[in-house]
Design a binder for this molecule. Structure first.
Ligand SMILES: C[S@@+](CC[C@H](N)C(=O)[O-])C[C@H]1O[C@@H](n2cnc3c(N)ncnc32)[C@H](O)[C@@H]1O
Ligand SMILES: [Zn+2]
Length: 306
């Protein structure tokens, strides 16, 4: 079965505008990532669905080479200059998270934040991450929590007992982050569902961290970002393991994997995303030696979308 991919390029939308009035959420997420990545370092890192590089400051100084991968070629092209000026070790690649254009066992670390709600086949996706990650590589997965406190209160008032079911919950598609329209998946997950799927794909869950405890418009208006972040820090410390907030992060380490090879350059880690065979490459074009598919680099961004 072919999985659907949400295509932000189809909507004339600049995702960075979504963050204009969300400094509290942005910094709350940075708090978690700064904590999780504090002592990490390595050669290759990947930010899957990384968009305009909002989170690049959490990993770019810790890993030698960083890949920002996103299906939205337009977003990457539009932001390439700004991102690479600030983070010269970041490489931007347009590709599908289900079919990444890399060989096995490449990345020492990776993350995905605010994207899993668009991923309909989570197991298939986790298997793909496990393929490209090295053994002992770290992987951070954020997801929208379907049993957060507001959802629980609402379900209680409605007498809805389904909230505890492990299956993902499809949110009504009204307030979407750039990917509007019918049929766009916007899934919220039970933490146990994601935990078990990750562990089933050989990711050992090492830490859990709830985030954005105060994502409530009235609190944001009354208290402002500074006070909310002060409270957020306290809540992140005290209730790290709870299922109260709307967003949850797991820090994992991959248990499986293969040979410990080190790769210097992008061309050393690339493969055809369609058939996973070698590519014949020059500066702006890559052709698969096996299936003959052609991939090109446009405005500084490789397009490996399949
Ligand atoms: C809500 S944005 C989040 C961006 C970024 N991670 C952040 O937190 O600022 C979701 C991003 O995921 C990307 N995306 C969705 N499905 C994808 C897929 N199958 N492969 C690659 N990128 C995908 C979209 O293009 C979009 O840029
Ligand atoms: Zn091929």
């Amino acid at each position: 079965m072919k999985q659907k991919v949400v295509n932000y390029d189809g909507y004339d939308y600049d995702y960075s505008t979504y963050w204009k009035n969300r400094e509290y959420e942005n910094q709350a997420e940075h708090l978690v990532l700064d904590k999780f990545l504090n002592n990490e370092k390595g050669n290759w890192f990947i930010d899957i669905g990384g968009s305009y590089g909002r989170l690049a400051d959490t990993y770019a100084d810790k890993f030698k080479n960083c890949v920002i991968l996103d299906y939205s070629l337009k977003t990457l092209q539009k932001n390439r200059e700004i991102i690479t000026k600030k983070y010269p070790n970041c490489i931007l690649i347009a590709a599908n998270a289900y079919k990444m254009p890399f060989r096995k066992d490449v990345f020492d670390g990776g993350l995905m934040v605010r994207v899993l709600h668009h991923i309909e086949r989570q197991k298939k996706y986790f298997e793909e991450v496990a393929r490209v990650l090295k053994e002992d590589g770290i992987y951070i997965q954020e997801f929208a929590n379907k049993i957060h406190i507001k959802a629980r209160v609402k379900a209680f008032l409605k007498g809805d007992k389904g909230i505890n079911k492990l299956e993902p919950y499809q949110q009504p598609t009204i307030h979407l982050e750039g990917a509007k329209g019918d049929g766009v998946s916007f899934l919220n997950y039970h933490p146990k569902y994601i935990h078990d799927l990750l562990e089933g794909c050989e990711f050992e869950v090492e830490e859990k961290q709830g985030c954005s405890y105060f994502r409530v418009p009235i609190l944001k208006r009354i208290l402002g970002t500074r006070i909310l972040l002060w409270l957020e820090k306290i809540f992140q410390n005290i209730f790290s393991n709870s299922n109260l907030p709307p967003s949850i992060f797991y820090k994992t380490e991959l248990d499986s994997g293969g040979k410990e090879e080190e790769y210097e350059n992008l061309k050393d880690i690339l493969l055809c995303p369609s058939c996973r065979k070698k590519l014949l490459m020059d500066d702006n074009e890559a052709v698969c030696k096996n299936c003959k598919k052609k991939y090109i680099k446009k405005d500084g961004v490789w397009d490996f979308r399949v």
